[in-house]
Design a protein around this ligand. Sequence first.
Ligand code: ATP
Length: 297
Amino acid sequence: MAQLSAVLAIINPLSGTLSIAQKTRLRDTFLQRAEGMGFAPEAIFTDYPGHATELATAAVTRGVSRVLAVGGDGTINETARALRRSASVLGIVPMGSGNGLARHLGLPLHPLKAIDRALAGRPVVIDSGEINEHAFFCTAGLGFEAYVAHQFALQPVRGLPTYLRTAFRSFWSYQPDRYWIDGEERRLFSLSFANAGQFGNNAWVAPTANIADGKLEQCEIRPFPAQTGALLTWRLFNKSLNLSPYWQGRSVTKASVRVDLQTHRGPLLIHADGEPITIPDGQAEVRVLPGSLLVLL
Ligand SMILES: Nc1ncnc2c1ncn2[C@@H]1O[C@H](COP(=O)(O)OP(=O)(O)OP(=O)(O)O)[C@@H](O)[C@H]1O
């Protein structure tokens, strides 16, 4: 008899707003549906940060064909980074507050529909990126967006309202800094490297980004008058930021970004898929890993 194809769901019990009881029911439904479709399914709740990477690494070693990440962009990042350059395919069941990768790929945001899509979907090749040793699948960046990611991580409650409040408050205290990008000095409000076109929540920083072109969109936002902030925010959500005179984008395969720690306001702050990271030596190397991940679409 032919061996059943293995499918593993990695579920973050803390992601999003569903209760543990609801997530347990979702897990049971996944197991039923997957079995009904002829898979050998397994579902595991993560116990600690980084656990999803360990589970996904073990799944690759065992030859599990489909690995579903059930959670926010953090859980998807932790799972996907272990699946890069393997034959195991990522399924995305979005349950976070931003869901940038799922939205970019046009995947269902409803967990049950997303499970069905992942079980029935076909593997499609996409790119990923790295900023220093940190993998990203949506965006990585510096400047204002990194500052907000760091401030957001300090908040006791997550979710979109907290994120918007944090970004609004940060806007008034944040001062643009100087960066040397591939040796060229620039004073910028923010600098993004976009694999997918959006941060999440349909905030499109790189409206023309193509996730499978072997390139990242390097998007720079120059400092702008405070009264322009509302228009830029509107453009961000209207997918038209590229029409602003303060926005500049180009496709790159790699970039080297440095700050002068003597004059920079504090250490270099970056983010990878929204996770805040501090770079003590002020140097960030960014590169694309073309065609490095299989995703179920
Ligand atoms: N059992 C656990 N206990 C504590 N932290 C965990 C556990 N499992 C996973 N994590 C951590 O939770 C972090 C946040 O998860 P994730 O991004 O999926 O959800 P979220 O915060 O609700 O979504 P979003 O990032 O969209 O707001 C992950 O980066 C992961 O390291």
